[in-house]
Design a protein around this ligand. Structure first.
Ligand SMILES: [Zn+2]
Length: 149
């Protein structure tokens, strides 16, 4: 970051704070000794979703939240929980430095969470997002759920 006073290129960061989605950085210039503040946009790396038909689309948190909202509709599940699930998936990818995740993996993560939260929501989400070749496979999933008690 160039010093606005003398144009020196080599300024030092002396303090960093988060301000909304920006980082506020306090910098000092070793050349002229002046201090100044910058607000730098923190860019989230792009996360791509690998879909069943082998195409990619940008991870859309809102779309996932919509799908989850449908699953928990009229169920006693607080809205904050579905937002958490969506955030957790995105944060997990960021933490693992991944730039893509498959729809199958997303639905597996969601299902493992929903299973412990609400069985109706679990079955709804599974019926929309899992590929069941046949009715038997779907009934199997429901009996697995019953066995867990
Ligand atoms: Zn300077």
């Amino acid at each position: 970051m160039r010093c606005p006073y003398c144009g020196c290129d080599d300024t030092k960061v002396i303090d960093t704070r988060d301000a909304d989605d920006k980082q506020r950085r306090r910098r000092s210039c070793p050349e002229c000794g002046k201090r100044f503040t910058t607000y730098e946009q923190v860019e989230r790396p792009e996360l791509l979703v690998n879909k069943k038909d082998n195409t990619y689309e940008r991870f859309d948190r809102n779309k996932l939240i919509q799908g989850l909202s449908f699953a928990v509709k009229k169920r006693p599940v607080p809205g904050s929980i579905i937002i958490h699930i969506a955030d957790d998936i995105e944060n997990m990818c960021l933490a693992q430095n991944r730039d893509q995740i498959s729809t199958a993996e997303i639905s597996d993560i969601v299902l493992s969470r929903l299973r412990d939260i609400d069985e109706v929501a679990y079955v709804r989400f599974a019926s929309v997002n899992k590929d069941f070749d046949n009715v038997e496979r779907f009934l199997e999933l429901i009996s697995e759920l019953k066995e867990r008690g």
